[in-house]
Design a protein around this ligand. Structure first.
Ligand code: SF4
Length: 239
């Protein structure tokens, strides 16, 4: 069994190789924080294109956050209809806005800058429709909090490398990987981005392109002849 210092060293080595391969990025948020927050609620099990259409239609029909909050529910459901489960997401959005107006008097989450990372996580994950993965994305990308979003790509690539065990869930991987990495938002942003890109482009779920992978010499899965059973890929189908 690999020791914790060895895993930390291996994690940093993988991080540095991907930094060299993809280039170090400055942290950038994908939208203003309120757009990002409501977008994450709309995005669950929804394509990016349909999420964008749902958000744009909602803002065209209800140009202010007060108007979204007070919209008749059937009208809001109709406006976000390109997202999946609009009948569930529309009440979530209105509950979030009601809470913001009651607590802060306005629809902004800029106050998260002032909260500790733990307090900001708690506030966000208490909201309906916001889980740990989307909260970590929002807090890292928009507020530069030192968190590591672990999506399906980060989970799969770190598990194939052997940075986390073969049975570790994505939720648990967040805490484990944070033990090996500095609590530095720029490092964590680049780690997330690079492992995400690597999982999309090279270490794909089906038929990873190991012959062109810069991590090949340090990859447990490759060294094992790709025989290890991993929780990040087991049970998934090719099509
Ligand atoms: S060597 Fe293959 S399995 Fe390992 S990280 Fe690279 S692409 Fe993925």
């Amino acid at each position: 069994m690999t020791s914790l210092p060895d895993l930390a060293a291996k994690t940093m080595q993988a991080h540095e190789r991907l930094n060299a391969h993809y280039g170090v990025q400055e942290i950038y948020g994908r939208a203003d924080p309120m757009h990002e927050l409501i977008g994450t609620i709309l995005s669950h099990r929804t394509t990016h294109a349909n999420e964008v259409t749902a958000y744009r239609t909602m803002r065209e029909r209800f140009p202010t956050w007060e108007a979204v909050r007070d919209a008749p529910l059937p009208d809001l459901i109709d406006a976000i209809g390109t997202a999946t489960y609009p009948e569930i997401k529309a009440p979530y959005i209105q509950q979030v806005l009601i809470r913001l107006f009651q607590e802060k008097g306005t629809a902004t989450i800029d106050f998260l800058h002032e909260l500790s990372t733990e307090a900001a996580m708690k506030w966000l994950t208490d909201l309906p429709g916001v889980g740990p993965k989307t909260a970590t994305l929002l807090l890292l990308f928009n507020f530069k909090k030192p968190l590591l979003p672990v999506d399906t790509h980060v989970h799969r690539v770190t598990q194939r490398l052997g940075l986390i065990g073969p049975k570790v869930s994505a939720a648990k991987a967040h805490d484990l990987l944070l033990r090996y990495l500095p609590r530095d938002a720029t490092v964590l942003f680049n780690f997330h981005k690079h492992f995400y890109w690597h999982g999309q482009r090279v270490c794909t779920w089906y038929d990873p392109k190991c012959s062109e992978c810069v991590l090949r010499t340090m990859c447990d899965y490759y060294q094992s002849g790709k025989t290890t059973v991993l929780s990040s890929t087991v049970g998934r189908r090719k099509f």
